[in-house]
Design a protein around this ligand. Sequence first.
Ligand code: CA
Length: 166
Amino acid sequence: MDISTQQNPVRILFVEDEPKLGASVRKELIEQGFDVDLAYDGRIGESLFKSGEYDLILLDINLPHINGLELCRRFREVNRDVPILMLTALGELDDKMEAFSAGADDYLVKPFHLRELLARLKVFMKRRQLNQQFEEKLTISDLEIDFSAKSVTRAGKAINLTAKEF
Ligand code: CA
């Protein structure tokens, strides 16, 4: 799957207080076709999160005002599903499980290669695409169930069902 050819760009919220790292990763991700909002501290990160809809969150841990673990917990309270990838400097996490118990899906240790970050992003995006396909349509042999249209077809022919039967 090529992320950059998707019609709707994947929206990423990136919370990172190191300006150089933040700007360079953002630039690279934009070149790869992502839409990236960059926040330089936890407070800005939280207000962006509340005002926008993001497909994925990239979260540094050691941040001014609100740290990444706390932000992660707050994000999870309002959104169970958005993938959250933590970025951590070596030794920043006392226990790797801390990130997961805060609700993160994965973490990357800094310094990381952009290639590695992109590989992780692709995994999340693929999972998202599969989930969406599953939510929309379910196919069992020649039976196709379309949840959004609430219709069932068998071998291409529509089967009339009442809402209850569906
Ligand atoms: Ca930091």
